[in-house]
Every structure is written in C-alpha cells, then in structure tokens.
Design a protein around this ligand. Sequence first.
Ligand code: FE2
Length: 265
Amino acid sequence: MHTMTTMQRLIQISDTHLGRDPGPIRAGYPDSDTQLARILDALPREPAADVLLLSGDLAEDPEPATYARLTKRLRARHESMLALAGNHDDSQTLRAALEPGTCQVHGERMLGPWKLVGLDSSTPGEAAGRLDAAECERLERSLSADPDRPTIVALHHPPVAIGSAWMDRLGLLDPDALFTVLDRHPQVRACLFGHIHQDFRVRRGTVEFLGCPSTCVQFSPGSEEFAVDAALDAGYRVLDLYPDGRFKTQVVRVPGTHTAAGHLA
Ligand SMILES: [Fe+2]
C-alpha cells in the first residue's frame, strides 16, 4: 500500500468496445473480450496500479448484458477503479452495472496527495462529446476545494486536436468551457482521454494532454479518414505520480495483440 510520501501509480485502459456477445464487433477487428483479457493479464504487478482508469467506450452497444460481462471480468481485479462513459456507452446503464461493488463511475478519487477527477463527456446519440454546465461546475468546485493537490482530470473525448481530420470532428465540442476552468487552477498537471485509439501527447500551458491506445483496435495516427493500424499492438498508459507534484508517463504495448495477430490466432 502506498502512503502519502511515496509514488502513486495510475494505469489507464481505454475503448474496450465489448460487443453484446463475445467476438469481433466488426469484420477485421480482433475479439474485444480476448483483447481486454490479454491487456489486463499484462498489467504490471510490481508496483501494481493504485487506481485503474477505464476511459470510456467500454461497450460497443450499451446493453446490460455487455456491462455484466465487463463487471465479471473487473471483479477479479485487485486495483481500485474509476470508469468513464464514452460515446458508445450509456452513463446510467454503465453506472447501474459497475457501481455496485465493482467500480466507481465519474466523480473523484484521492491518490495519496494527488486527486483524480473523472468527467462525463458523453452526449446521448452523438459521437462527439460535450461537458454540460453541471460537469464544468463540478470540476470548478472540486478544483477550488483542493488548490494544493496536484490533480489529473480525465474524460473520454479529446479536448485538443490530434491532427487526424476525421477524429478531430468528433472530439470534445466547446473545449473552451473546459479550458476556462483549467486555466484558473494551476494544480492541474494532466488531462487524460480515450476515444482516439492511439498514443498522443501535447502540452497546453502547464497541462499535459494525453491520449491512450485502445485495448481492442488501433487507429492510424495522422489519417484524414478512418483507418485501422493492423500492425500496431494494443496497450495501456502508466502514470507514476510523485508526492512533489511531478509525474512520469509512458504508453506500454502488449506484444502480439495487434489486429493481424488476432486474425491468425
Ligand atoms: Fe469513443
């Protein structure tokens, strides 16, 4: 167990896209359930994560049966967890399935001297995301209440352009609503997101904006149109958070989890 004076480890997995039934959700995709199992099995144990962040699009179709399979898999884990809804999820169904005993959905979590705030950017019926006024106010209150805690903000949709035309139309709409809040609170160190199925990193002011691979299928960086990178392995992001407010982060790929490998299996 880590204390206030030692490192805290956050591990992010994202875009698991479990279908209503096990198996690939599209032709050319690997099996989402098998992929998730392989990524979870590959997560480091020394040190293990103090919190596992699941940053949305956990289901391809937000049916109770899908979330029940996810719940079953997560119940076997020892990490504490925080989940976010993505555009493919339904916030209420996700919460009803995961919150009883398995995993917190949205809200906030202390990590030693650090704080993690999970926001809901999902908008029913829309692929793009939006933070409504209530979520922006919740973030503002949370940051105002703890100005001395280094903080990580997490949401499913990227608030920054990633240089991929089709994806940049589907990111967080009205990111200025978020930036306005972040700009008032210099304790925010990083903003984590999913949705883009790729590693990405850009700094805006004092905040690092960090993307994450999918556990399922990888999208080609820099592509004008939707494109899968079948040769790139799936993975996760690790953040090691130090008591002085600094952090280190890297994306780790799990060998043999690229789409082509899944097809041959
Ligand atoms: Fe998404």
